[in-house]
Design a protein around this ligand. Structure first.
Ligand code: NAP
Length: 526
């Protein structure tokens, strides 16, 4: 059974050609084996398209040069190589003659696709096939192992290009701000995700999986990814590209129960319905909800009944109710969803976490009409040996580039970076992806986000607002090689890619990731 569901609408389509479930863009394929388990997925998409109808068979519009204009002198640096950066590069290169230099701190490209998307979601990772096409674009150059602020300055990039697009993502994590948060056994889910995905900066992390219960705070899709990975049979994970060290650790795991804690009610859960539903299809795993916690509060009932909220909110509440009404099968492992509860303290000693104290919340309407959790006075201790806070990613600043410390984003107006003191656009500086809009949306959301940014950049170029670079592309390349002799280009990445796939082939896996810089450089030089 697939554990992923590609939820497609024209704005988030990733061009992966895998959208098969009731997506009018690609319709259901005749040879699709749609068993009973698939039907609820169809209902979810049907409700969406009922509200936002599009013509069956309508192709997703691919944006490209619309105007008769000579772009052949345009040179752009893209910082980052994740989905937003890659979509931005593709969008720029759709205009004949444009030159794009992409800079990435790590030795492998594609950011969250490699280090964020769960290993058991190969369909989502298939978007890398689209990004790999960058390698055959004559105007594209990839520079891996180059950090802006360390090897190159922002000023140098700008001096050698008409424009720079920062698409550096949001690699940090948000903190709960409760006592005990830093005890051994309490971690950010973002670190756990980076660890099991083989991110070189997280390879040495240790997660104690010897306990029987883990608690995840927050119920977004990252929380669901982590919960699913913790209860999935390691033999299944062995088939994926999960890092070897994580598979080995998960084979020894004693975790039998994962509690997913939401501070608001089931209708406000941050996960998406297909991701939740997919958990109910996991082998030998019960998804458990206390019927009392699935009950909706008066505010949610009113909002759903009045039609003031998206159809997905109604479906979300119904799914929680359906699960709550289902008898557990006595499966070996359980994922327990709890709602309207917030952590107040991570409990334990200097050796290990032993639990999480939570408080029961009630929902109140906030000034903007959204429903907010307010703590009551009823508390409870959930015993657990592992606490993962999954309450969102956070962007970090790049030297000399404006940064909004409160929101963790680069201040911008539709992608044009703004000078914080004046609010005026900084000439030639743009942003896309999570560092532009905050850590939200699915991979495909970055396609429209990047296209919007590129549209602003192109407008500015056409209107003569961008300063021509001081020197040619080879000068920038010389500077990069001087600052970091170990820089890896697209050909070098292709060698790493092929080595990983070959190593996977020999073990019946999609790929075996190289997780340390030395091994990668050895392959590049070989
Ligand atoms: P998210 O969707 O923003 O969820 C964050 C969760 O943390 C929410 O439940 C939020 O509750 C909760 N939270 C925040 N502050 C809290 C606090 N102080 N105490 C308790 N709970 C708190 O973030 P995410 O899960 O990191 O996902 C990031 C983005 O990536 C999302 O757009 C997600 O859909 C996407 N993603 C998609 C997939 C997929 O499609 N398969 C997989 C992974 C990630 P409130 O709602 O009450 O604020």
């Amino acid at each position: 059974m697939r554990t992923e569901m590609l939820y497609i609408d024209p704005d988030t389509c990733i061009d992966c050609s895998q959208c098969v479930y009731a997506c009018p863009v690609d319709a259901i394929r005749p040879d699709d084996d749609l068993d009973d388990a698939m039907m609820p997925f169809l209902e979810i998409n049907a409700a969406y398209y009922e509200k936002y109808p599009i013509e069956p068979g309508t192709a997703v519009p691919r944006r490209s040069a619309k105007r008769d204009f000579d772009y052949s002198s345009l040179r752009v640096a893209v910082v980052g190589s994740g989905p937003a950066a890659s979509y931005a590069a593709l969008e720029l290169l759709a205009r004949p003659g444009v030159q794009v230099d992409m800079f990435e701190r790590l030795l492998t490209p594609y950011g969250l696709i490699r280090f964020g998307v769960a290993p058991d979601h190969p369909g989502t990772k298939a978007v890398t096939d689209v990004f790999q096409s960058l390698g055959s674009e004559p105007g594209f150059r990839l520079h891996l192992g180059v950090e802006v602020g360390k090897h190159l300055s922002h000023e140098e990039l700008l001096a050698h290009n008409h424009a720079v697009i920062y698409a550096v993502g949001a690699p940090g994590d948000r903190r709960l701000g409760v006592p005990g948060e830093d005890l051994p056994g309490s971690h950010a889910a973002t670190e756990f995700v980076a660890w099991y995905n083989g991110h070189p900066d997280f390879v040495d992390r240790r997660f104690d999986l010897s306990c029987e219960r883990a608690v995840i705070v927050g119920n977004g899709n990252v929380a669901l990814d982590v919960a699913r990975i913790l209860v999935t049979d390691p033999d299944e994970l062995e088939k994926t590209d999960m890092a070897d060290h994580a598979i080995a650790a998960l084979r020894k795991s004693n975790i039998r129960e994962v509690v997913v804690l939401g501070r608001r009610g089931p209708a406000q859960a941050a996960y998406t319905n297909p991701e939740f539903l997919a958990l109910t299809n996991l082998a030998d795993v019960d998804v458990v909800i206390d019927p009392a916690e699935a009950e909706l509060d008066e505010h949610s009932i009113r909002l759903i009944e009045s039609g003031a909220v998206e159809p997905s909110v109604r479906i979300k509440a119904e799914l929680a109710e359906r699960v709550a009404g289902t008898q557990a099968t006595g499966a070996a492992k359980r994922i327990v969803f709890r709602y309207l509860e917030s952590p107040v303290e991570v409990v334990g000693d200097e050796q290990q976490v032993t639990g999480l104290t939570i408080v029961r919340n009630v929902l109140n309407e906030g000034p903007d009409g959204s429903l907010l959790a307010t703590p009551g006075d009823q508390t409870e201790l959930i015993e657990a040996g592992l606490v993962l806070r999954s309450i969102g990613y956070r962007g970090s600043s790049t030297v000399d580039v404006p940064f909004d410390e409160v929101r963790g984003v680069i201040p911008n107006d539709e992608g044009r970076v703004l000078e914080p003191s004046t609010g005026a656009p900084v000439p030639g500086v743009y942003t896309a992806g999570w560092i532009k809009r905050g850590p939200s949306g699915v991979i495909g959301t970055n396609k429209k986000c990047a296209a919007d940014t590129v549209e602003r950049l192109i407008d500015d170029f056409e209107n003569g607002k961008l300063t021509a670079p001081k020197s040619g592309a080879h000068e920038l390349e010389r500077l990069v090689a001087e600052r970091n002799p170990d820089v890896v280009d697209f050909a070098g990445w292709t060698r790493i890619d092929q080595a990983e796939i070959a190593s996977g082939d020999s073990r019946g896996r999609t790929r075996v990731k190289l997780v340390d810089v030395e091994s990668m450089l050895a392959v590049v030089r070989s």
